[in-house]
Each structure stands twice: as C-alpha cells, then as structure tokens.
Design a protein around this ligand. Sequence first.
Ligand code: MN
Length: 245
Amino acid sequence: MLLFLSDLHLSPERPTLLSRFRALLEEQAGRVEALYILGDLFDAWIGDDDPAPFAAEVKGVLKRFGKATPLFFQRGNRDFLVGDRFAAETGARLLEDEALVEHQGLRLLLMHGDQLCTDDIEYQQVRAQLRSPGFRRQALALSIPERRALAAEYRRRSGESLSLKPDDITDVNADAVRRALEIHQADLLIHGHTHRPAIHELETGDRPARRVVLPDWRENDPRVGATLDAGRVEWVATAAREPKP
Ligand code: MN
C-alpha cells in the first residue's frame, strides 16, 4: 500500500496541522510501503538553511518516519526551494516534477499539479521565472530575513490574484492532463495543488485512466491524503488534534 499526501501547507502559524502530520506519520510508519509527498508540504520554504525551529521540527518528523518507511518528496509551488540538503537531512528521495512509478502492475504519474493549470497563463509565466536556476541562485543568496519577506510578499500576491480569477482558470486543463497521461502511458495521474479532491475516471486514447486529486489539509476536513492498494484508491482521514502544549 502506498500513501500519498500533498498541500499540507505546514507553517509555524498553524501548529494544529503540524501535530496532525506528526500523528499521521507516527501511525503510518512501517505500515505503508512508501510515502509520497507531492508538494506544498510547507506553506513556504525559504531554503534548506532556514534555522527556524519549525523547519527542524518537520525535518525530524520526516526523518523518524523515513527510518521505517521509504519516503519520496516532490516539490510544489510553495516549497520549490527544497534541495539536496533537505533530502540528506530527512532521508527523503527527491522526485522530478513529473515522476513515473510502477506499482503492482500500474503506471502512476505523480505531479504536484500546478504545471497542468495551463489556462492560467499569468501563473505559468511566474512559475517559469521562479523555477529557473537563475532565480534559485539569486533567492538563496539573500539573507534569511530577506527571503522570509520575499516569501510573504509572494504569498500575499498569489492569494490576491487567485481570488480574482474564475474557478475554471485555476483548475487543470483537460488537454494537459490527457497529454501527460499519454506521454507516460500512465494508468493513474495523482496530483494535488488545486485543492479540489476527487477521483476522476478518464478515457485517453484507447485506455481508461484515473486522475486522483489529493485533498489539501484544512482544520475542518478530516481528509488528508489517499492510499493505493491493489488498484483501489481510498481517502485517508485523521481526527483534528489540538496542538501539544
Ligand atoms: Mn500548490
């Protein structure tokens, strides 16, 4: 059984999410074959050298889990600055932006999902800039407080622009989904990002396929991810927990 999570948007401001994450990983360690985190684990990640206690705490949770269970991490649009040091410190293996995994005879295509939102041309332009090696180098050369300010500014702007766009613009584009499935000859596309959890049945060419959209983590929604076993996809839920004192 594989476990998939995304869009937890962990941040020091929301300790309840971190305690739910800790509880889930303690519960699932050694019970699932592997954990795949498909991006936006963090609400913002300003670099692997962030000395904040919050960053160290999340790394510790991942490291403890990774001792019992293989752990894979794909970058999202909020944590694209995750790098090799994070991987070394947590034991997570970093995945490419499009990762193909074979499991029990099924071909799984794993993506964060933002690259499928091709109708949002403005977003794709910003994404291309932020994900360029040049931006990465420049951003990581800034001081930690400067990076923190930049991340806050980016979050504010992205929230504003999202709220102004119609819903269908910020969802995935059906052709982009079909193309991705066809290129990889995948049976299942699993992604997050859109915060529209669902399991869609699709036809691509002559083969059926499914698109699983992972849930984002909300204080009032118990769904936190999905498992895949013997071709069956099931939601995973946790009880909301109070933060530890
Ligand atoms: Mn995202």
